[in-house]
Design a protein around this ligand. Sequence first.
Ligand SMILES: [Zn+2]
Length: 91
Amino acid sequence: MTVQQSDLKLDGNAIGGLLREIFTMEMTAAIGTCAHCGTLHAVGEVEVYMNAPGVVVRCPSCGEVQMKVVRGHGKYWLDLSGVRCLEFSAG
Ligand SMILES: [Zn+2]
């Protein structure tokens, strides 16, 4: 998946609803550790590029891809390879 300069850039709150479909809890307050630079960011702080049919999430510190989410044909594809650790409250 390539990201063009013209892609619509949003903050992490833009994917709150999408992540809520996948996880059973509110995820925008979750803290992700970037696998590339090790910086911690709340999901609500990341850079989101809406790139139909998928979403690309980039680290606001180093700009590397943290997460890719594609939804289609009744399925989700969730690539979290750029997130070393995701911390969120239990219930
Ligand atoms: Zn980073």
